[in-house]
Design a protein around this ligand. Structure first.
Ligand code: 8YV
Length: 310
């Protein structure tokens, strides 16, 4: 039997790609031109959450049956078109929740305690020769606001409790959570929070939700953490607020135009930056990749999909 042909848009772990190579003829995406002769035979796509499927690629694959996303974000895939064309879409929920929440906490501690500056101070041999880095800010007990109380938001809230942080959140509706206060208005949440963490999905509905007004409400002693999508924040307004000191600081794992990061952000002493690494651990990337493999296998065996969005 001939193997189904799939397009791999974003590389995965060697262990995962080995499984894909065993089951499929895998075309590793390089350019649209590469698709010219094979487009009609591509039945599946494996890709990353932020990478998704460029519209031009989707348009050029008439035989596409399934898009298996190695992540939880669907904002880089045209779901409307997928529905119209009966293309299945799967994600990897659950398995990355802990890692993303850990990264949020890591960014909070790193930012407030100034870990990167302290590390550089020791590394560069400045200890004992130059003035010590400025004092940090206490993490324990800070008022935490969470934007988006899905699985990741809740995992962050759960961790925050061991830092004695009072937790409030905003979402599309009151989720009636026993331990966490719902605040319907984001600006009000920002005003009453000392740390605001973004854990909401990306896409048109949440674009620039965190704008200048929200940043002003968070204020000069407030800290913004983003482990969700860069698009949720107006990055220009963020850079200006950091530059002007109207926002205390930011811990960012995601950006509006990855892998481009605004120069103001890269040079700011008020930020801790990560290259979209929240789910990037061996354990989690294996679990995610295995879900991608299993969803594709289920589809081509005519079995029900494990974690289908469509
Ligand atoms: C991954 C993500 O880094 O889950 C998502 O949507 O963006 C991240 O977990 C990505 O999917 C792997 O490329």
């Amino acid at each position: 039997m001939t193997k189904p042909e799939i397009l791999l848009i974003e590389p995965m772990m060697p262990e995962i790609e080995k499984q894909l190579d065993a089951a499929y003829t895998v075309h590793r995406f390089t350019s649209l031109a590469q698709l010219k002769d094979i487009a009609g035979r591509i039945r599946g796509i494996a890709t990353g959450g932020a990478t998704g499927v460029p519209q031009a690629v989707m348009d050029s694959l008439p035989a596409l049956e399934i898009i298996s996303i190695n992540g939880i974000g669907t904002d880089a895939v045209n779901l409307k078109e997928a529905r119209q064309r009966n293309i299945h879409v799967t994600t990897t929920p659950g398995v990355l929740t802990d890692d993303v929440a850990d990264m949020a906490i890591g960014l909070i501690v790193s930012l407030l305690r100034g870990l990167p500056a302290g590390d550089r101070y020791v590394r560069d041999g400045e200890w004992g020769h130059k003035a010590a880095p400025p004092l940090g800010r206490k993490v324990t007990g800070k008022k935490l606001g969470i934007v988006g109380m899905g699985q990741v938001g809740r995992a962050i809230a759960h961790r925050a409790r061991s830092f004695a942080m009072p937790v409030s959140y905003t979402d599309l509706r009151d989720l009636e959570l026993k331990d966490y206060a719902f605040v319907s208005d984001l600006k009000t949440l920002a005003r009453s929070s000392e740390i605001l963490v973004i854990a909401a999905s990306g896409g048109a509905g949440s674009r620039h939700l965190v704008n200048r007004e929200v940043l002003d409400a968070l204020g000069p002693d407030g800290f913004l953490i983003n482990v969700a999508r860069g698009s949720v924040v107006d990055e220009q307004a963020l850079a200006q607020a950091l530059d002007a000191g109207t926002l205390g600081g930011a811990g960012l794992d995601v950006f509006e135009h990855e892998p481009e990061v605004a120069e103001t952000l890269r040079h700011s002493s008020r930020v801790v930056l990560q290259p979209h690494r929240a789910s990037a651990t061996v354990e989690t990337r294996l679990a995610m990749g295995n879900l991608v493999v299993k969803n594709l296998a289920a589809h081509f065996a005519d079995e029900s999909l494990l974690t289908a969005v469509i």
